[in-house]
Design a protein around this ligand. Structure first.
Ligand code: SF4
Ligand code: SF4
Length: 159
């Protein structure tokens, strides 16, 4: 599958679901959309052509593309990273996908006080499966999984 189509499929599967049964932005006043000009959401390969053109795209020193916004965007054209936040579909070597809390997320939902919508968890898992369907996307996604796994290992040393 072409990488653009992989991303469109991911967007589509997340279209009708949200993390909670109500707008979680009400809990924290939309904290995850209040970054600064140095904070951004990682973009998947080719995603810069699909997102809201008002979102600034910068490249990091290690070649990652970051979407840096002003705190507002066309919801239908927000990056995939914003759509799955604060969860992450962690793929194993054999292609199994488990949905975890993204270790990078600074989000009040990490405290476990709210129950995630099952449809949201299911959609995030499906996103993980889709991301494996294109070689370039899959390679990049596996790098992100590797980073998550490294952090999990570090975390285990402290518990
Ligand atoms: S995902 Fe987390 S940080 Fe973002 S609006 Fe919802 S509760 Fe707030
Ligand atoms: S791109 Fe949109 S959804 Fe993502 S952080 Fe910015 S305002 Fe929020």
């Amino acid at each position: 599958m072409k990488k653009e189509n992989v991303l469109k499929s991911c967007y589509s599967v997340l279209r009708r679901t949200t993390p909670l049964s109500f707008d979680c932005g009400k809990i924290c006043n939309g904290k995850c959309c209040k970054g600064d000009e140095k904070t951004g959401m990682l973009l998947f390969p080719g995603e810069e052509k699909l997102i809201d053109p008002d979102i600034n795209v910068i490249e990091t020193d290690n070649g990652y593309k970051l979407a840096v916004c002003s705190g507002n965007c066309d919801r239908n054209k927000r990056p995939l990273a914003c759509r799955i936040y604060p969860l992450f579909p962690l793929a194993s070597e054999d292609g199994e996908v488990n949905v975890i809390f993204d270790f990078r997320a600074d989000c009040p939902l990490s405290k476990g006080e709210y129950e995630f919508n099952r449809s949201f968890i299911k959609a995030v898992r499906r996103v993980g499966k889709y991301l494996l369907l294109n070689e370039e996307t899959s390679q990049y996604y596996k790098e992100l999984c590797h980073i998550q796994n490294e952090q999990i290992e570090i975390f285990k040393k402290f518990i």
